[in-house]
Design a protein around this ligand. Sequence first.
Ligand SMILES: CC(C)(COP(=O)(O)OP(=O)(O)OC[C@H]1O[C@@H](n2cnc3c(N)ncnc32)[C@H](O)[C@@H]1OP(=O)(O)O)[C@@H](O)C(=O)NCCC(=O)NCCS
Length: 344
Amino acid sequence: MSLFYTRFVLPVIIIEMNLTLHVSHTAPGQLRPLNILRDLTGVADLIEVCFKENLDASGRSHLDEMRRQARDNVFLNWAPHMIDVISLPLSGFVWEDNGKVVGNVSLIPFHQYGRRLYLIANVATHPDYRRRGIGRALTEVAMRRAREKGADSLWLHVRDDNPGAIKIYRDLGFRERARRTEWYAPSTGLPRKSESARFRIRPRAARDWNFQRNWLERAYPPEMSWYQQQSWSSFGPYLWDGFYRLLSDIDVSQWSVEADGQLRGSVSCRYQSGKTANLWLASPPRPDYEALVGLLLYTRRMYAQQQGVHIEYPAGPADEALRAAGFSPSRTLLWMESPGQQPN
Ligand SMILES: CC(C)(COP(=O)(O)OP(=O)(O)OC[C@H]1O[C@@H](n2cnc3c(N)ncnc32)[C@H](O)[C@@H]1OP(=O)(O)O)[C@@H](O)C(=O)NCCC(=O)NCCS
């Protein structure tokens, strides 16, 4: 089997188990499968260089964890057996030149109702090696590998301000399925309490659940739940939902806003003391701006002791209300999908 890039000149051979791919390119080095026994540190170093402008605290701790795993013999013995089972970047491909990892792609498996999904992640080419076809070749070989493994669907996410990467993915057949923004509001700088006679905020009630769940499913759609790992039992009003939260050790507080006698939105908040609180917003497709701002400000006040509040929400419908409530966008991600294996 061969992958062939006509505009490139030097031939390279990728040997991967029983599969040989012939790739031609102008970049020095070779493409080969990731070997977690020796590549983890090199991959962590590369990701640090390539994503340095966008690395947040969780990204940095992910890199620390990779470097720790590279020295952990127990992990290194166990991990190769778990490649297709757990959702960690344990497999993928690297581009190596003179013993240095200069390109990387990770392939992360997910499972949803018997479907196999693969997330293509950490696509990165060292700045000195860019625009020579490495990023494209890595993405392409990862797609091919995921399909060989029986993927039903391939996913990736990419920042909306990364046109170079978006072009690679579009050219390779990925299509946008969702656009989601992450917002953050600090615990400081809260405006003085503003009352409004038009809306009323109260604890979430069981009677809200039908609307709330429906709106939650629109905002956090089931086809993406494999990634969010969010069970709606975390927020449900019934006895079994309470058991679920107890057994899963989940702390949730929820509030709703009513205006003109109708439910206009609910917010669910999961938090750990002293950390950033995570919100899930349930709001109708055409939100009631004033009521939503009121609900969001109320929630910020409730968590003034935390390290701020965070929310991930589809880009667009609630942007104005989130800004008015003091949230700032940290990034917008395009979620892109490509079909998995073709049926015979
Ligand atoms: C995105 C990235 C992986 C691309 O790697 P690369 O090896 O330079 O990509 P390729 O050479 O295979 O590019 C293939 C094509 O994609 C497009 N492309 C790639 N980078 C581009 C850029 N900066 N601007 C515009 N188009 C770009 C071009 O069409 C290019 O073909 P061309 O060079 O013939 O015009 C690299 O820029 C990188 O590591 N960026 C930082 C990390 C990152 O953002 N990763 C993506 C995360 S989703």
